[in-house]
Design a protein around this ligand. Sequence first.
Ligand SMILES: [Zn+2]
Length: 582
Amino acid sequence: MGKSSGEDDNMADAVDWDSEIINIVRKYALQNAVEYDGAGQSGSVLGRILGERPDLRSKARELKQLVEIEVNDANEMAQNKGITEVRELLESISPEALNRQKQVKRTGLKDLPNAVNGNVVLRFAPNPNGPLTLGHARGVTINSEYAKNYDGKVVLRFDDTDSKVKPPLRDAYTWIEEDYKWLTGKEPDIIVRASERMEIYMKYAKKMLDEGFGYVCKCSAENFKKLRDNSKECPCRMKDPKENLSDWNEMISGLLSEGMAVVRVKTDMNLPNPALRDWPALRIQHTPHPMVGDKYKVWPLLDFQSAIEDYEQGVTHIIRGKDLMDSTRKQTLLYNHFGWEYPETLYWGRVKIHEFGSFSTSGMRREIENKNYSGWDDPRLPTLRALRRRGFDSDAMRDFWIDLGLTQKDISVSLQTIESFNSSKIDSKCERRVFVRNPQIIRLDGNNVEIERKLVLNKHPLNEIKGHREWDLEDLDIYIESTDLGANEIRLKDFADVEIRDSVGIIQSINRTDKRKIIHWLPKTIAKKAILTIPKGNEIIIQEGMMEDIEIMKNSIVQLERVGYAKIESNDDVVKLLWLHG
Ligand SMILES: [Zn+2]
């Protein structure tokens, strides 16, 4: 295949690609053309190249042009000479690319340290202040995968003891259980709500005071910090257990208002990290709790609650963000007081998905309450509910997170990576349909060329879904996209070469005679009004058009030819389609 020139070639010419890069691009272009039956897409090819060669990311813009040329060439070859020929060429260049069969490499997870088969307990502990997001999916996936590998258990623990800053949302408990089940295909082994286990935390708090390794501190936060930062003990530290218990009773009876006292864990005022010195374990919180009401005046802080609960549940391995290393240190000091052994702890770095930069659960909650989003499943949001609604596959999502593994590096990934995992899971299950955007009517003129009056098309190009779609061509009015009107000579996909003159399409040949553009089209008799909703950043784009009215099944995902994957959300007077990805 030569480097034929396209209309935007200037930039590509500016970069002199070496043959190694051209070969990589060609390999993926051919591979994609084979996988998508001559309809390879430059976006997905580019994604794979950058996956193999992250060093090329800085040149992605220039590379994209080379990719487009090679993808066009590969697609044309598939359409002109047939898929078999493309397959053979690919095999001669890179047999492994052919055998890959859409399987994406799976690095898997490294072994857990000191794990005993059948005796591993992990936990996933979200704050139920909203449903799960794409980021949470990592915790669910990694923990449940390890539990599976070691015949262990996962505790789903709701860390819901903050009723003030990030208060729990009543419905979120059920949503999270649903999200968990969707993602893993099974229920969590154990479900625990911290707010229902207050008596346990109170018992341990009292024990700390009784045994003298905790105390009630009535210093202001500011004063305490001043002392602490200078490695000085505060006066409260000297109190005996009796005094502490009397102060504790004041706290829990509600006599003291918020901020007037905390329970601290005695550590060492000379620890190098000031944050670890006599850290706070429980505080006064009078804001009623959405599930428990105002029954408790004192609530544990997360480090204390989490530490106690890990012990109570027999957690053997904790997997958490590296930003929580201080929590591990604080909790280890507490465990030492109690004489417990701290679980094995593993860390991961942050993962940022470009397209979903700065969403937080509490931020989304506010925006939904302000009606800036239609709900937690608004397709612009990174919640699992939204991704599920659009048609993302739970296996693909898990593959993506397992593939990333447990690295401590901070990583920035594009949603395209998840989309390519998703394509490989769903493609063989998605029937093809035509959707013509901004449709224009063309009347076909037979021009004495003999044409079939019935067109039989595969439901899936590689026949992975058996069956056909039959197009009746008795009436010769057809729709094409208005943007395709620009060219005078076009090829109607799977049908004929046509010349367009004043809204008439004169059929020139049934066989493909040259390299003219191939477009999708639709006979008017089988066209139904449809709208496609596309989430794009913070926008919603609506595209109107006509869809092929053959077996339109609600909730199924179809691949719209030359457009991309979409979910059929309803099929009433108008078909409502929701964009999945290209
Ligand atoms: Zn104090």
